[in-house]
Design a protein around this ligand. Structure first.
Ligand code: FE
Ligand code: CA
Length: 526
């Protein structure tokens, strides 16, 4: 009932790899396989194969899904090596991977002002169904992507599987986790932030960024080109629709609204950088959004999966107040600021939207897909004052309480928060009063791990877990992703870890599994 189609993942990806080349190289065969209209009427030749960044789909609804690609014969050039003239692009959606049964097709234009990216909202599709899609530009065919629509709003869906991931620092290792994720049987991937990292070159890293920190649109485009060139990442995008949000590193570490990290840029200059970063993010993600024009882009949104699940995607960066306590470090002794009632991570509008959206929902599970950890963690338990990570919800205590109240009142124990950012794996029971372990458990949080990004404090943090009883599981050393399996009665999360990120040959294993009974919030070992 979830994402499995009639073919195995291996065969699908095998067929996908090199499909563009094969079809172009042997046009006669391609015509015979795929129907003539899409292949006739070829445009002007391009300077090279344009689909170097792969294909992607995202934000599935019951009747439509966003299809994405970006033409870039030169994948590290800001203009992709295409200059200034728009390029016509054709697209197709079919129910079979050979495109014998085409359901929808059309034309669009890849424009230089959007880095020759393409966002097509393919409509008129059937709910809860697998589709295949591809693009054509010039005389070239893209690889074939597979996607899946959401179930109808009133569908009594019995079963849903999805994966979530976050934090993929290219310089920290290989994205082999995505090669394994592409083999999973999931309906979608939720990506929770830190798709790129802004850091300059780290010469001793296993793989390197180009150039210094990106500060303008051209440099952010080059950075996305580098990340999107990864074939394992491309495979995971080509296998499932993604629901993507961002965290800080898509712009800069630990930024808050218009405040640069450590105030290294004045707010007006930082907003120019943010505008460039948001534009590049939009250009490279399969999202149903108009292109941003300036430093603002509303990305918080809701997606429905029948009566089984609603996914609310948050943005806890764009509207947040600055991190409290003027600490040069992320972690420190709590000061009075951490309880400031005016402090916010979501901003007032988004808080109101979330409250209403969750109250309106009749879905069994309310999935809140967001960035920083909600569960209270005192990193030095037993002291006079708690030690918090100021960038997490703990740094914004009043907002944290409002968030937990919203989950409690609207979701009646069936809210599950999925979280990125922390480069480690956590299962947290969320108390009605954060920090008061005697208060009711009202919701559950699954955080982490990271695709590659390292966690330098894994061992230190391990020593603090016993003093935080709401933390049901912690693992700081291992990289990977999580798979969630939902029925009406039970939520299950499997933590899937790769054996290494230092070489591209990692194996994968499930190292921990937790379940949530819908009648009883909080996680239990499976
Ligand atoms: Fe990160
Ligand atoms: Ca982060």
């Amino acid at each position: 009932m979830a994402a499995s189609g009639g073919i195995t993942r291996r065969r699908f990806l095998g067929a996908t790899a090199g499909a563009g080349l094969a079809l172009v190289a042997s046009g006669g065969v391609a015509r015979a396989l795929t129907g003539p209209a899409f292949l006739r009427d070829r445009g002007a030749p391009l300077p090279g194969p344009p689909f170097t960044l792969g294909v992607a789909s995202g934000d599935p609804l019951h009747d439509r899904v966003v299809l994405w690609t970006r033409l870039a014969p030169d994948l590290l050039a800001p203009d992709g090596g295409l200059g200034t003239a728009p390029v016509p692009v054709r697209w197709q959606v079919a129910t079979d991977e050979r495109f014998a049964k085409v359901t929808a097709e059309g034309r669009t234009t890849a424009r230089p002002e959007h880095a020759f990216s393409v966002h097509v909202d393919a409509k008129g599709l059937q709910p809860d169904r697998e589709y295949f899609y591809r693009f054509r530009a010039g005389d070239q065919l893209s690889p074939v992507g597979r996607t899946r629509t959401a179930p109808a709003d009133d569908a009594g869906l019995k079963h849903l599987r999805f994966a979530f991931s976050s934090c993929q620092n290219y310089q920290d290792g290989y994205f082999t986790a995505y090669k394994h994720m592409a083999d999973e049987d999931v309906a979608f991937v939720a990506f929770l932030g830190d798709y790129i990292y802004e850091n300059g070159v780290q010469p001793t890293a296993p793989r390197q960024h180009e150039g210094p920190e990106p500060m303008d649109l051209a440099a952010y485009r080059v950075r996305y080109g580098r990340y999107k060139s990864d074939l394992d990442l491309q495979a995971a995008h080509a296998a499932f629709p993604w629901i993507v949000t961002w965290d800080d590193h898509e712009v800069e570490n630990n930024y808050a609204n218009d405040r640069a990290d450590d105030d290294t840029l004045p707010p007006d200059r930082f907003l120019e950088r943010r505008a460039a970063a948001y534009k590049a993010w939009w250009e490279h993600q399969p999202v149903r959004l108009d292109p941003p024009d300036g430093p603002d882009l509303r990305i918080y949104r809701e997606l429905g999966f029948g009566r089984l699940a609603q996914v609310n995607v948050l943005d806890t960066r764009q509207y947040r107040t600055n991190q409290p306590c003027n600490s040069p470090l992320d972690v420190g002794v709590a000061c009075a600021d951490t309880a400031a009632p005016t402090a916010t991570l979501m901003g007032e509008r988004q808080e109101r939207w979330l409250r209403r959206s969750l109250q309106r929902s009749r879905a069994r599970w309310r999935v809140v897909a967001q960035q920083v950890m909600v569960g209270r963690v005192n990193f030095v338990p037993g002291g006079t004052d708690p030690v918090f990570n100021f960038d997490q919800w703990d740094g914004y205590g009043a907002a944290q309480q409002r968030f937990v109240d919203t989950l409690d009142r609207a979701a009646h124990g069936n809210a599950v928060v999925i979280t990125g950012d922390i480069h480690s794996s956590w299962v947290n029971d969320l108390n009605a009063r954060p920090g008061d372990d005697a208060s009711r458990t009202v919701a559950t949080e699954f955080a982490g791990t990271s695709i590659t990004s390292s966690f330098d404090f894994a061992a230190v943090v391990a020593g603090s877990i016993a003093g935080n009883p709401a933390v049901k599981y912690y693992e700081g050393e291992r990289r990977g992703y999580a798979v969630c399996d939902l029925t009406a009665d039970e939520w299950r999360t499997d933590y899937r870890y790769v054996s290494t990120v230092d070489s591209p040959d990692a194996t994968i294993e499930t190292a921990a599994s937790f379940v949530v009974d819908h009648r009883k919030p909080g996680a239990q070992p499976a």
